[in-house]
Design a binder for this molecule. Structure first.
Ligand SMILES: [Zn+2]
Length: 227
């Protein structure tokens, strides 16, 4: 993995959007979007597709938008009519995106809300941010759009907790963690909550909050400070 100075661009986006404009749904959204945009400049997050049959005929036979290109793949290759494949998928870069989201949550909570917490780093793979031994936060977020090298944008179909594999992972982590802290508090911060998880609470998950909603953040911070 490329070493990335997450803190430096997170800080810049915080100054630009939240420091300058105060807290609102809009400034929160822009702050996280800005952070994702910056990591996309360092690590290209674009979708790429290619016709493997044409590629097999030699790279000289490749023509942009015809048998390879950026963004969503066409069903059929324009040159030979075979299937096209998405390569170098967005998911392959998901750890950079995940780290960006984690750093952005951390910086926001420490700087704006004065919550003392630390990143779990290698200490635990079950959560990302530690408030107290028995109060932890898992962060799950990603960008709705990624920029392609030609300037076009591609939509990411499911982000944050909308992804069922992400939901599954977060819930598994909560279960494992709870064995050690049966009466603890396990929160999930995300930038996308699907309908079936809205207002979700259960014996493992204390609550799931949307970091791009001012109301959610205020509620979350009040809760954390009361613990
Ligand atoms: Zn082809």
């Amino acid at each position: 993995m490329i070493p990335i100075q997450y803190e430096s661009f997170v800080k810049e986006n915080f100054k630009r959007f939240i420091g300058a404009k105060g807290l609102s749904d809009d400034s929160l959204q822009r702050y996280f979007d800005g952070c994702f945009k910056d990591i996309g400049r360092i690590v290209p997050l674009a979708k790429v597709w290619i016709c493997l049959k044409c590629l097999g005929a030699g790279p000289n036979n490749l023509a942009i938008d015809s048998n390879y290109g950026w963004g969503d793949k066409p069903a059929k290759c324009k040159e030979c009519g075979n299937h096209t494949y998405e390569v170098g998928t967005f998911q392959a870069r998901s750890s950079y995106v995940g780290n960006t989201f984690e750093h952005a949550c951390h910086y926001l909570l420490v700087t704006k809300f004065r919550i003392m917490l630390r990143m779990s780093g290698r200490q635990s793979r079950l959560y990302d941010l530690l408030v107290k031994n028995n109060v932890v936060i898992e962060t799950k977020g990603g960008p709705r759009y990624v920029m392609n090298p030609d300037g076009t944008k591609s939509k990411i179909d499911r982000i944050g907790m909308e992804r069922s594999d992400t939901e599954k992972k977060a819930f598994e982590n909560a279960s494992k963690w709870r064995k050690h802290f049966p009466n603890g508090y396990f929160y999930i911060l995300t930038n996308a909550i699907p309908r079936h998880l809205r207002e979700h609470h259960d014996e493992k998950i204390t609550a799931i909050y949307n970091v791009t909603k001012e109301r959610d953040m205020t509620k979350f911070v009040d809760e954390i400070k009361s613990l």
